[in-house]
Design a protein around this ligand. Structure first.
Ligand SMILES: NC(=O)c1ccc[n+]([C@@H]2O[C@H](COP(=O)([O-])OP(=O)(O)OC[C@H]3O[C@@H](n4cnc5c(N)ncnc54)[C@H](O)[C@@H]3O)[C@@H](O)[C@H]2O)c1
Ligand SMILES: [Zn+2]
Ligand SMILES: [Zn+2]
Length: 391
């Protein structure tokens, strides 16, 4: 089959690879009808997260049709079922799964010794996301093997387009979870850094959850426009001082809730000198992440406020002002999304036309255009916001 494989920094190729096969009684094989490129894939594209190997198949936002299934799964899933595949592989049975902490499932990471060494504990197996999370081949491919399929996938009905359903695999639950865990009150100002696909979903979730005011920060005009269309007041960090503007919009108090929808790769510019410092340290391998937004959020957040971080951090971040965070009494919530906790409810909201996440798609192309689309998406060329690939 054809699949997008990682071969090193900024080197993704559309390769011919071996078809996946059933390896366990809880496996299924999905024929992929749609998959997408995520901002998380860019961290791998830039080789900023360790433990990728040449030939690893990329992709963790996938949906399709069940084409192979073991008899033991009969009744739970059937051949021909249409399924969305969340990026988190979950056993459904361990203590963490039982508590709904799916992204830290204790059993689905088949290389848990690596995660234990890096993080102190294992986290869940993820599709197409390094050997720290199991080294599972991803879904930017014609076929995908899904382990623990009965607890991992979300069945979806016919009659709704792939474009409306695909993002149940990741960015929709991610934007939703980050807003839910911000515990939004009707009097809250919610400030959201980064208006990529995740930021867009977070903006709409914060509006839906009843925030008084949602403020979105980025510098790309087309993304700011999309944020505004979703109900946000926008700040362009190239043109305005973010902290000053946020204080102005909150009568000097600062936002109650701050959400980081970009993570470890802050834009680097001399007008934000700490980003230049981080970039220099990265070059000398003295720091892995560029946490400009963490610093900014801690500084501007109202005392007693909450910081929610869906943006991915990979390793070590310097000069994070813990003194300010501690003395202001801030609460932090973060993590890879517990996707399966939200999919059924969000599917219902899509069916009821409360949410239609397809608005974020700007490019839809065949799988073999994937390698060039990684660049288009990374460089934000052609007003690219979200790429869907059709194998
Ligand atoms: N927690 C999870 O489970 C989960 C799931 C999906 C994605 N993610 C992460 O969410 C993040 C965003 O993903 P995406 O697909 O939207 O990515 P993206 O790269 O398309 O969007 C990031 C946006 O941040 C903006 N930005 C850069 N520096 C900024 C700054 N200093 N201030 C404000 N905005 C800035 C960029 O212009 C860009 O529009 C990534 O880190 C990704 O890994 C996490
Ligand atoms: Zn993702
Ligand atoms: Zn589990």
């Amino acid at each position: 089959m054809r699949a997008l494989a990682w071969h090193g920094k900024e080197d993704i190729r559309c390769d011919s690879v071996t078809d996946p096969e059933i390896e366990d009684g809880r496996d299924i094989i999905v024929k992929v009808t749609s998959c997408a490129i995520c901002g998380s894939d860019l961290h791998l594209f830039h080789n900023l997260i360790p433990a990728m190997l040449p030939g690893d198949v990329m992709g963790h936002e996938t949906m399709g049709e069940v084409v192979e299934i073991e008899r033991s799964l009969n009744g739970k899933l059937r051949k021909g079922d249409r399924v969305v595949v969340p990026f988190t592989i979950v056993c459904g049975e361990c203590d963490q799964c039982k508590r709904g902490y799916f992204s830290v499932c204790q059993r689905s990471n088949r290389k848990k010794h690596l995660a234990e060494k890096a993080f102190g504990h294992t986290t869940a197996g993820l599709f197409g996301y390094t050997h720290l999370t199991g080294g599972y081949p991803g879904g930017q491919a014609e076929y995908l093997r899904v382990p623990f399929a009965d607890s991992t996938v979300q069945k979806v009905p016919d009659g709704i387009s792939d474009e409306k359903l695909l993002f149940l695999s990741d960015i929709l639950p991610t934007g939703w979870q980050t807003a839910v865990q911000a515990d939004i009150q009707p009097t809250d100002t919610v400030a959201i850094w980064g208006c990529g696909p995740v930021g867009q979903m977070a903006i709409r979730s914060a509006v839906l959850l009843g925030a008084e005011q949602v403020i979105a920060i980025d510098h790309l005009p087309e993304r700011l426009e999309m944020a505004e269309a979703g109900g946000a007041i926008t700040i362009n960090f190239d043109e305005e001082n973010v902290v000053e503007r946020l204080n102005e919009l909150t009568e000097g108090e600062g936002p109650e809730k701050c959400i980081d929808c970009l993570g470890m790769e802050s834009h680097v510019t001399p007008s934000m000198p700490d980003t230049v410092y981080d970039r220099a340290k990265q070059i000398f391998l003295a720091e892995s992440d560029r946490p400009h937004v963490l610093r900014e959020m801690i500084y501007v957040c109202r005392p007693g406020g909450l910081i929610s971080v869906p943006g991915v951090y990979g390793g070590f971040a310097d000069k994070v002002p813990m003194g300010a965070a501690m003395n202001k009494g801030l609460t932090f919530r973060m993590g890879q999304t517990h996707v399966q906790r939200w999919t059924a409810d969000l599917l219902r909201r899509i069916e009821e036309d409360q949410i239609d996440p397809s608005f974020v798609i700007t490019h839809e192309v065949p799988l073999d255009k994937g390698p060039e689309m990684y660049r288009t998406f990374r460089d934000k060329q052609d007003s690219c916001i979200k790429v869907v690939l059709k194998p």
